[in-house]
Design a protein around this ligand. Structure first.
Ligand code: GRF
Length: 223
């Protein structure tokens, strides 16, 4: 991985849906709160809102066919995603509502450099409709989590979390809406800290460097 000295930290975003988290990241880049640029947006859904939102911002955006698998990318597709991200020289891959599990080839291409946002306080409620799982379970507090992506489902080391109170009158929709709004604060903040090289890993723990110690700008998640 090339040294970042003298050049902007580059983020590749993958999404299957509306792309509101992508938008939050792109806006934070535009206002300078996040010292990075979104270099590329890829989607497995041809008409996904995320592609349209990216094009409106003049950010390169492409639909890359996922192949025939339902929950993952076919091997050829995975290769195409990796190649596109490598060509765009991304330093970090940020999943933002990307509805497919990444397998070994992809994970090995960007070790410690793939992150995801999940709408619950992991490790509680991994998987689909996490806000509904939280409501049905009866927890009083839920939230969202930004984490590194590993071979498990919503299982990688936790980078940041933000809480959301569950209210008595909540429906799945109202709770999801508040979690979503919270995601738009947390995700850009975590990506900014990664871009600044503020984090290091100690086992599963993602820790922040002491103030004044030299940031490691050449690796997002390495100790
Ligand atoms: C978010 O709720 C995120 O937590 C989940 O997928 C959703 C994506 O929403 N992984 P958007 O496309 O960013 O609006």
């Amino acid at each position: 991985m090339a040294s970042l000295i003298g050049r902007t930290f580059r983020v590749g975003v993958l999404g299957s849906g509306a792309g509101s988290n992508f938008q939050a990241i792109a806006e934070a880049c535009a206002t300078g709160r996040l010292p990075a640029q979104v270099a590329l947006v890829l989607s497995d859904v041809a008409g996904a809102g995320i592609l349209e939102r990216a094009r409106q911002r003049n950010i390169p955006a492409r639909f890359v066919p996922p192949g025939n698998s339902r929950a993952k990318l076919d091997e050829d597709a995975e290769r195409a995603y990796v190649e596109a991200l490598r060509t765009a020289e991304v330093d970090l891959v940020a999943l933002a509502g990307f509805m497919r599990v990444l397998k070994g080839q992809f994970l090995r291409a960007f070790p410690g450099r793939i992150v995801n946002i999940h709408p619950s306080l992991l490790p509680s409620f991994p998987g689909l409709q996490a806000w509904k799982q939280a409501l049905d379970y009866g927890v009083k507090v839920t939230g969202c989590t930004v984490h590194f992506v590993d071979a498990g489902v919503d299982a990688g080391a936790i980078i940041g979390q933000q809480t959301v109170a569950v209210l008595d009158h909540d429906t799945p929709e109202s709770l999801h809406q508040r979690i979503h709004a919270t995601e738009h604060e947390l995700y850009p903040r975590c990506v900014a800290a990664l871009a600044r090289g503020q984090f290091y890993l100690q086992g599963r723990r993602v820790l922040e460097r002491a103030r004044g110690s030299a940031p490691d700008k050449s690796s997002a998640g390495k100790p």
